[in-house]
Design a protein. Structure first.
Lengths: 194, 144
């Protein structure tokens, strides 16, 4: 077997990025709560993966990308912290919805008056549920949110999640357990059966 | 990478199912991103692929190295300086041997000249060494 057979081709890298980009955007958005910043972080992560690890085997790409994305998000928070130390964060005074932010509920409600959509009400309900789940996920502590999303959404195993987060497997278990409990409790209080 | 394949207790199983159900709802939600977002993500992906590290170029330095080795070994016609530099060690060896030979000849000449000088400056004439009686005398003196 030639070495070249083990390495990701451009098509494989493209397919991998295509498969993870939307989840990566949403995950980052839950962390940074800003559409533009989330896009920047994801693009930066994709660039770093391709530039530095584009020659790795396809099996290695998911873990590498998770680490790069986590580090890029962390870097964003560090930059924000530095910036906030110099300037007052005007965003604190804005409404939580944020003018330029992407809102699933708003997007779907805007289309709900289309007469051709027969199940517009159920779609709106689903969108509302999703919106509430997303809000609860955003309200989780950062480490719990990160552990939950990696473990259950990205479906990384305990060891991989621990490696990507730079903590022990026991910590990952604790973070995930607390996150699921908090989400279930919060959603049930809002009448949603998770 | 399946979260359900790991050995877990009943509580963890329930927790895993709950977590997976919430994640499934998130997955559905992530598929309905606005066109502007998906376009930005697509553009980012294309940009990233343009910067992809290509390792297919790695064998090229190996080929270049082999080419240089072939040149050094004379597989192609070498230039004047290459041939001249190859002759330098041989030239140095010849010069060294010639110098050593000349020095040894000179040393031998000095030794012979010294013997001649001693013979000529001694009280005994050189012809005495051709006299058998004198040689017999020297033998006896050496034995005593």
């Amino acid at each position: 077997m030639r070495i070249g057979d083990l390495l990701a081709t451009e098509r494989e890298l493209d397919a991998f990025l295509r498969g993870v980009e939307k989840r990566a955007f949403k995950r980052t958005y839950y962390h940074v709560r800003n559409e533009e910043s989330a896009l920047d972080v994801v693009q930066d992560s994709m660039m770093k993966l391709a530039e530095h690890y584009g020659h790795k085997s396809p099996e290695e790409l998911p873990m590498l990308f998770q680490r790069i994305l986590s580090n890029a998000t962390l870097d964003w928070f560090r930059r924000q912290k530095t910036r906030n130390a110099l300037f007052t964060q005007l965003g604190d005074f804005d409404s939580p919805d944020g003018g330029g932010e992407f809102d699933v509920l708003e997007a779907l409600l805007a289309n709900s008056d289309n007469p051709q959509q027969e199940s517009s009400q159920s779609q709106a309900e689903r969108a509302q549920t999703l919106h509430l789940i997303e809000l609860e996920i955003q309200n989780l502590p950062a480490r719990q949110r990160e552990a939950f999303l990696m473990r259950y959404w990205e479906e990384l195993d305990l060891a991989e999640t621990a490696s990507a987060m730079g903590c022990s497997q026991g910590s990952v278990k604790t973070h995930c357990s607390r996150a699921v409990s908090a989400l279930a409790k919060a959603l049930r209080l809002k009448g949603i059966d998770p | 990478m399946n979260i359900f394949t790991e050995p877990t207790g009943p509580v963890s199983q329930t927790e895993a199912r709950l977590g997976a159900r919430i994640a499934a709802r998130l997955e559905v939600g992530s598929l309905d991103l606005p066109h502007s977002i998906t376009e930005r993500l697509r553009a980012g992906r294309v940009q990233a692929l343009l910067h992809r590290r290509v390792v297919e170029t790695q064998p090229v330095p190996v080929m270049v190295g082999a080419h240089h080795a072939a040149v050094t070994l004379g597989a192609q016609t070498p230039g004047f300086w290459t041939r001249a530099s190859a002759l330098l060690p041989l030239l140095a060896l010849v010069l060294g041997l010639a110098t050593i030979g000349a020095l040894q000849d000179q040393e031998r000449a000095y030794e012979l000249a010294e013997v001649d000088a001693e013979l000529l400056t001694a009280d005994l004439p050189p012809t005495a060494y051709t006299d058998p009686g004198f040689l017999q005398y020297l033998k006896k003196a050496a034995q005593e």
